[in-house]
Design a binder for this molecule. Structure first.
Ligand code: F0G
Length: 458
């Protein structure tokens, strides 16, 4: 490449207007939302970094593929095209479409779990954890110690602590039905897992006779990190690396709303015939017939095309670089973030930025709310509100208090990101003025979505 500038590897064919608001309008909107940015109307948000899930822009090829959608109830042509693409990447024998990732999780776990089981992973995502806990089981996080220290630089902070996994399988193996690994590790900062570590997990799982499943939502981003960071991998294509990642496991859950480059969809794929039969029966009960699984034929077409585009190298180079670009600006401005930056998001260490706000007064909420009021930017707390509620109803500080700036795929340009960086630096400059929050109402599970907040007095 003769030039250093990495440009967006696409041209824009269709645009959607962004809506600007005044600070007074944002104050009213946030108050009406119970001070929880999840309850804001999207129209009141200028740059929405709440999630990278289902928020990406589809390509013209994907929009074209929609018209090829075959809406046949059973045996749709679009299913077979989707199945072929999934099998090409994953190599798994059975492919079960679902309406999104958590449906794949629920179907897998409800089929195979019984009360008292333990499912290890590097870090479970919140819906994965909730779908395990609702079955009366335990979701155990075994990420390497480096993965728990935001400022520590390590190329594969999503790796599993193999010693801890070995101990768990040796001591409590009878309670472990399968081993999971999340690529990239969303709850741990979007950090990748190395091929070497995946091989280690596979060896341990198989030594104890346990199946190994990937939570594969961001498999392509993980593959690109492997290509650029793992010795001996730089000459391989991201697709070849992804294929090897899947080949080390026995199955996966997948949200096509991330690296499927689609707005909805997901799948469960695996080799085991008996588990598949149970899962398909449950699928029919709650999602739909096995050749559509809660999706329209046109959704299956969009996902099939998206899975092909997502491993293209120019896309992944731009994707990973544009996330790092935001990180560079925040690091330069002394904003504490998880380092190195992850693939799909930047995670600000709100506990470090706002040391005067204790974890049980939710520094992540303080930062997310301030960012919205300051600039109309919506981010997401990943901390004590999301993870601090124990199954017995008591509350404890989460492992970290992070605020995630998740970057939708192919949606925002470099100037949008410049604006976001400016907004974060402006809030950081007056951090001492930010105050804590308390919860005024919350549901018993997944409380971060609908909890309401009021400022802490004083
Ligand atoms: N696993 C991981 C690692 C995820 O990040 C998500 C979703 C899921 C499973 C569930 O997939 O949303 O399709 O049901 N993460 C989104 C996020 C919501 O904002 O990080 P889903």
């Amino acid at each position: 490449m003769p030039f250093r500038t990495i440009i967006e590897p696409f041209r824009i064919k269709s645009v959607e207007a962004a809506r600007f608001t005044t600070r007074e309008e944002r104050e009213a909107a946030l108050a009406a939302a119970g001070n929880n940015v999840f309850s804001l109307h999207g129209d009141d948000v200028l740059i929405d970094l709440l999630t990278d899930s289902g928020t990406g822009a589809m390509s013209s090829a994907q929009w074209g593929a929609l018209m090829q959608g075959d809406e046949t109830y059973a045996g749709s042509r679009s299913f077979y095209r989707f199945e072929k693409v999934v099998k090409d990447i994953t190599g798994y024998k059975h492919v079960i479409p679902t309406h999104q990732g958590r449906a794949a999780e629920r179907i897998l776990f409800h089929t195979i779990l019984s009360k008292g089981m333990v499912i290890p992973s590097n870090n479970h995502f919140d819906t994965t954890r909730a779908n395990i806990e609702v079955e009366g089981c335990e979701a155990r996080d075994l990420v390497i110690p480096e993965g728990r220290i935001p400022s520590l630089i390590h190329p594969f902070k999503g790796n599993v602590d193999l010693g801890a996994l070995d101990r768990l399988l040796a001591e409590e193996g009878a309670r472990v039905p399968l081993v999971m690994v999340t690529v990239t590790n969303n709850s741990g900062g979007g950090q990748p897992v190395s091929l070497e570590n995946l091989r280690g997990v596979r060896d341990l799982a198989h030594k104890y006779g346990k199946p190994f499943f990937l939570d594969a939502c961001r498999f392509a981003e993980n593959a690109y990190f492997i290509k650029t960071r793992e010795p001996g991998q730089s000459e391989r294509t991201p697709k070849e690396i992804a294929q090897e990642m899947f080949s080390l496991a026995d199955g996966c859950t997948m949200s096509a709303k991330k690296d499927g480059l689609a707005n909805i969809g997901g799948f469960l794929a695996m080799n085991d015939d008996a588990w598949t039969e149970g899962a398909r029966n449950l699928l029919i009960l709650t999602e739909g017939f096995p050749t559509y699984g809660g999706l329209a034929g046109y959704d299956l077409e969009a996902i099939a095309r998206g899975l092909e585009e997502v491993t293209e190298e120019p896309y992944l180079r731009y994707r990973i670089r544009s996330t790092a670009y935001l990180a560079d600006k925040l690091i330069e401005g002394d904003v504490p973030i998880i380092r190195p930056p992850g693939g799909h998001a930047i995670y600000i260490d709100a506990r470090a930025l706002l040391p005067h706000i204790p974890p049980l007064e939710y520094p992540g909420i303080a930062l997310a709310n301030a960012l919205y009021l300051e600039a109309g930017v919506r981010a997401c707390e990943i901390g004590t509100v999301m993870f601090g509620l124990r199954p017995d109803g008591t509350e404890a500080p989460g492992a970290m208090d992070l605020v995630r700036l998740a970057i939708p795929r192919r949606v925002y340009t470099q100037s949008h990101i410049d604006y976001v960086a400016e907004a974060v630096l402006a809030v950081a400059a007056r951090r001492a003025e930010l105050r804590g929050w308390r919860i005024t109402s919350a549901p018993k599970v997944l409380r971060h979505f609908t909890a309401q907040f009021a400022p802490v007095a004083g």
